[in-house]
Design a binder for this molecule. Structure first.
Ligand code: SAH
Ligand code: SF4
Ligand code: F3S
Length: 474
């Protein structure tokens, strides 16, 4: 996919092309030291890096995008597939080559690989100084200071309470228009293929008032879109002790939507088993809640879904899709699909292909199965599909999705959409890029009366499989 046409995904898994983004230098008035951070993995990790930036800011650090001027180099890592870990290992080799000539530089590993590999990471990667898991970022200043004793530092304790609720993230690599807000952490589901419950710990929801406050602060600073993040946002649940009532995800969506009608609200990821009518009616009710749901199916075969422990079958998922279109007819839906999971037959694979068409996904994130050590699938099932077959099936689902995305984009030609302008097109500064509520990227000519952060009414004139093109109409 050409990078220009790649959407800045707000879904939980950020495509490889966008991984490792180096953040812009962010000055801090009292900063004396500089940190450099690269993030890999899902939006949650990118959001965590902003929390880390805030914590380091209070410890005299400001961010730099130049690794050679950094006192502290951090890599926020992902373990979701083997390839994600391989990418990080290569980056660590590179950091270490710099460290050989800059002995004072500290190298720290954060995130899911830190949590999964723990101490062994310090042993395997000899030049790593510090290993810090996702729930231990508040400890960073102390760990950094302890390094002066000459001992390597590690904190990979998972917490049942930590939500970093009170920390105001430092927005890194920000376009000033869209931002992530983390609303919960961890995951209590046990999808058999997935490492996240082990790297991120138990599910916990953040204080709803701090979420609304963060959304309000962002809006006051000129942001126009927030994406509420969690591994399973629909199971958000927070007890408001002052009112002795529970705030559900539907309640939270409404609270954030009411910050201002000009603040768009997105959310990710929804688990099919937990998204209920109350959430759907809330999306339908508020114009500023985007009409887009990322609803990963993983497989179209009920037999495979059972082995994956997804707690729904293909029919149940299809009825959920029907219900979404019934309550929100203009809604668009996207998905994650895994090919070549343990024992997957050609028939199972055909059912995944058929699901793409049934659901009418506007886009999917598609992966071949990668066995993760310690997960239920690794312990109980055999990873018996050859790499060749996994990859062939992967190209087939990619192709099926590509065709469908093209067809769905074609249907948008000749229509008008409200587009939030996010920036200039990467290909030409005479064009701008933005997104529709249903999460499609739109490219259109710069217009003297419109600037980044504005809403524009755009008439769609043409499309490709990944992008709509149009002109602003007033
Ligand atoms: N919480 C989200 C997904 C988190 S991980 C959800 O439940 O949908 C993002 C995606 O990575 C998953 O949806 C899945 O499609 C993929 N994934 C997870 N583990 C994988 C593995 N072992 N091999 C291949 N893909 C995997
Ligand atoms: Fe992983 Fe499943 Fe949790 Fe998503 S819901 S993070 S796939 S265990
Ligand atoms: Fe996200 Fe990767 Fe961890 S997908 S939760 S960074 S394993």
């Amino acid at each position: 996919m050409p990078t220009e046409e790649l959407q800045r995904p707000h879904i939980i898994d950020i495509p490889e092309e966008q991984q490792g983004a180096v953040y812009e230098a962010i000055g801090h008035p009292t900063a004396t030291k500089r940190f450099y951070i690269e993030s890999y993995g899902c939006a949650m990790n990118f959001s965590d890096s902003e929390i880390v930036a805030s914590i380091l800011g209070t410890d005299g650090y400001s961010a730099t995008s130049d690794i050679f001027e950094a006192d502290l180099v951090l890599v926020n890592t992902c373990s979701i597939r083997e390839k994600a870990e391989d990418t990080v290992r290569k980056r660590l080799e590179y950091f270490n080559s710099i460290k050989r000539t800059n002995k004072g530089m500290i190298v720290g590993v954060l995130g899911c690989m830190a949590e999964r590999l723990k101490k062994s990471l310090l042993e395997q990667e000899k030049l790593v100084d510090m290993v810090v898991g996702p729930d231990a970022y508040r400890d960073l200043p102390k760990l950094i200071s302890n390094l002066s004793s000459g001992d390597k530092q590690i904190n990979v304790l998972l917490s049942r309470e930590e939500t970093y609720a009170d920390i105001s993230p430092v927005r890194l690599e920000s376009n000033g228009v869209t931002a992530y807000i983390s609303i919960m952490r961890g995951c209590d589901n046990m999808c058999s293929f997935c490492v996240v419950p082990y790297t991120r710990g138990r599910e916990r929801s953040r204080d709803a008032h701090t979420i609304v406050k963060e959304a309000q602060d962002l809006f006051d600073k000129g942001y126009k879109e927030v994406t509420l993040l969690g591994q399973n946002v629909d199971s958000y649940k927070w007890l408001d002790t002052s009112k002795n009532s529970v705030v559900t995800f539907a309640n939270l969506l409404a609270m954030v939507a009411e910050v201002d009608p000009l603040l768009r609200v997105r959310f990710s990821t929804s688990h099919p088993k937990d998204i209920d009518d109350e959430v759907l009616y809330t999306i339908a009710k508020y114009h500023n809640i985007c009409k887009y749901i990322h609803l990963p199916v993983q497989s179209g075969s009920s037999r495979i879904l059972e082995l994956m422990n997804r707690s729904y079958d293909a029919d149940w998922y299809r009825s959920k899709i029907d219900r979404i279109y019934e309550i929100i007819p203009e809604c668009s839906i996207s998905s994650d699909i895994i090919t070549g999971f343990c024992s997957e037959t050609e028939e199972d694979h055909q059912e995944s292909l058929a699901m793409i068409d049934y659901a009418g996904y506007i886009l999917s994130y598609m992966f071949s199965y990668s066995e993760r050590p310690g997960t239920p699938a690794a312990r109980k099932l055999t990873d018996d599909i050859s790499l060749e077959v996994k990859n062939r099936r992967l190209s087939e689902v990619i192709e099926r999705q590509r065709i469908l995305s093209g067809q769905l984009n074609k249907k948008d030609e000749g229509k008008n959409f409200e587009v939030l302008i996010e920036g200039l097109s990467k290909k030409s500064d005479k064009q701008m890029r933005g997104k529709t509520s249903h999460n499609k990227v739109v490219i259109f000519d710069v217009h003297p009366e419109y600037k980044i952060g504005d809403y524009a009414n755009v008439y769609i004139t043409s499309s490709t499989t990944a992008t709509l093109f149009g002109t602003i109409i007033q």
